[in-house]
Write a protein that binds this ligand. Structure first.
Ligand SMILES: *Cc1c(COP(=O)(O)O)cnc(C)c1O
Length: 211
């Protein structure tokens, strides 16, 4: 892990687009190297793995932890306690539970709602129509800051197909007046920027291949 690699990537990305360094599969030492050059947003997708690193890095108070993985209902309290951002809220029931627990814990996490924009049986997410139907109810939930939508494109799409799906996510976010779109990974970040991403979730591009 070479920090100059990170800076090279950062230089290619417009300054209004945030980079989330996805550190799943990498050790706290590698997070420290990136943190040391001034980067503070890190994404993890498994609670237990993340929590072990959070304990090691507890004195690095500037780090903002983002949860980006599939949310198990029985982990919601721990996720709310330990993450400032949650990108992967994929159902109304989980959102409600996050809100209730955030009230009890006196937290107010930034939330991105994961949307499902194509038939991908491996991915969860809100159906866009359902999201619109539930929107009034969603907006009334306490102790959550709804900041945007998140999407993961299926593998193997052409650049143009990726762009079109990301564009759908951007339009939906705009129609709900949500500022953020968490979209674009190591293989499709350019199309995501072109479509209006505000958070790129970059893992292997920054840290190298996961073993
Ligand atoms: C692993 C992961 C990423 C990063 O993937 P790369 O292809 O390594 O950039 C982004 N988002 C989610 C939800 C992930 O699980």
């Amino acid at each position: 892990m070479n920090p100059s690699n990170f800076l090279k990537i950062k230089n290619k990305i417009p300054s209004n687009v945030n980079i989330l360094a996805v550190s799943k599969g990498f050790k706290s030492q590698e997070i420290k190297i990136i943190q040391n050059i001034g980067h503070n947003d890190f994404g993890e997708s498994k609670f237990q793995e993340a929590y072990e690193k959070q304990l090691i890095l507890k004195d690095f108070k500037q780090i903002k932890w983002h949860f980006i993985g599939r949310i198990q209902s029985n982990k919601i309290r721990k996720i709310v306690q330990n993450f400032k951002y949650i990108h992967s809220v994929d159902s109304f029931e989980k959102l409600q539970k996050i809100s209730n627990i955030a009230c009890e814990e006196n937290k107010n996490p930034f939330i991105m709602l994961q949307v499902k924009l194509s038939d991908d049986r491996n991915k969860g997410g809100f159906n866009p129509e359902l999201l619109k139907l539930k929107w009034t109810e969603i907006r009334e939930l306490k102790n959550i800051t709804l900041s945007g939508l998140m999407t993961i494109n299926p593998r193997g799409l052409s650049p143009n197909e990726n762009f079109e799906l990301f564009k759908k996510c951007r339009s939906l976010a705009d129609s709900l007046q949500l500022p953020d779109c968490s979209m674009g990974m190591s293989g499709d970040w350019q199309e995501a920027i072109d479509a209006g991403s505000t958070w790129l979730r970059l893992g292997s591009l920054i840290f190298g291949n996961r073993t």
